[in-house]
Write a protein that binds this ligand. Structure first.
Ligand code: CAA
Length: 261
């Protein structure tokens, strides 16, 4: 496995656990963290033995408190533009990861931290989690998709209030608003996330990828196109060995054995 300095990567059976590991900076996302995350995700995606990933933050205080402000503070505008800063995050990264992954949010998920969590297929939150897009207080705006993904997740009024005031949203409110799938006691978060990931990893892998693709398509396609896309992918899955096995196993009242074909 590659050597990482700002993240920890472990394989727990078919589940890859990625831990953001700069607790002294509340796991702020500097370029090195982002590069290492991209590399770790590419390795996860390429490994046929790995079927679901969990991303979490080290320490109890933060998932990630945002992009690294100290790295950005003195950076001239021309460099942000010429480097197309954050571009690999807002486009390539999410689209290239076709396997499912979960954000397990402990503590602060602010700015780029909230945006990273929202790139996940779903968010499990500790009851101590706090979400926010406070970039306005720094004279900027969300830069890794937050203005778009937050609005898709919780609607215009709430998203607008969040980005214009920079206020934080607690875990219970985030669950009510539809930003997170479930809230669990902080002490149980990692165990719950790994258990949920293991449950997904035990599913027929092609079907897992297709189900993910279909839900994501709902954000890109109109209803008719989306339903057509769904029907076609259902029909493609109907040709897989795992579909034959899954339906046979149901009839024979036993667990399916998946080939990923
Ligand atoms: N970047 C760099 N360092 C950060 C950081 C960040 N985003 N967030 C926290 N840190 C560092 C602090 O500077 C501090 O380091 P030192 O001990 O060396 O001073 C350390 O982490 C601990 O932080 P605090 O002392 O501030 O901890 P606190 O408990 O008093 O406050 C907090 C916690 C409310 C989360 C506060 O740290 C905070 O407001 N952080 C910044 C949040 C933010 O504005 N995020 C958005 C960043 S911009 C962005 O993300 C752009 C984008 O859309 C991609």
């Amino acid at each position: 496995m590659a050597e990482y300095h700002t993240i920890l990567v472990e394989q727990r059976g078919a589940v890859t656990l990625v831990t953001l590991n700069r607790p002294q900076a509340l796991n702020a996302l500097n370029t090195q963290v982002l590069d290492e995350l991209i590399a770790a995700f590419a390795a996860f995606e390429a490994d046929p033995g790995q079927r679901c990933a969990v991303v979490t933050g080290s320490g109890e205080k933060a998932f990630a408190a945002g992009a690294d402000i100290k790295e950005m503070a003195d950076k001239p505008m021309a460099d942000f533009y010429l480097e197309d800063f954050f571009s690999r995050w807002t486009s390539d990264f999410t689209r290239k990861i076709r396997k499912p992954w979960i954000a397990a949010v402990n503590g602060f998920a602010l700015g780029g931290g909230c945006e990273l969590a929202m790139m996940a297929d779903f968010i499990l939150a500790a009851d101590t989690a706090k979400f926010g897009q406070p970039e306005i207080k720094l004279g900027v705006a969300p830069g890794m998709g937050g203005s778009q993904r937050l609005t898709h997740a919780i609607g215009k009024s709430k998203a607008m209030e969040m980005v214009l005031t920079g206020r934080m949203m607690g875990a219970e409110e985030a669950e009510r608003a539809g930003l997170v799938a479930r809230v669990v006691p902080a002490a149980d978060l990692l165990e719950d996330a790994l258990k949920t990931a293991a449950q997904i990893a035990a599913m027929p892998p092609l079907a897992a990828m297709v189900n993910k693709e279909l839900v994501n398509a709902a954000f890109e396609l109109g209803l008719d196109q989306g339903i057509l896309h769904e029907r076609r992918l259902f029909q493609i899955l109907a040709g897989t060995e795992d579909k034959a096995e899954g339906m046979r196993a149901f009839v024979e009242k036993r667990e399916g054995q998946w080939k990923g074909r």
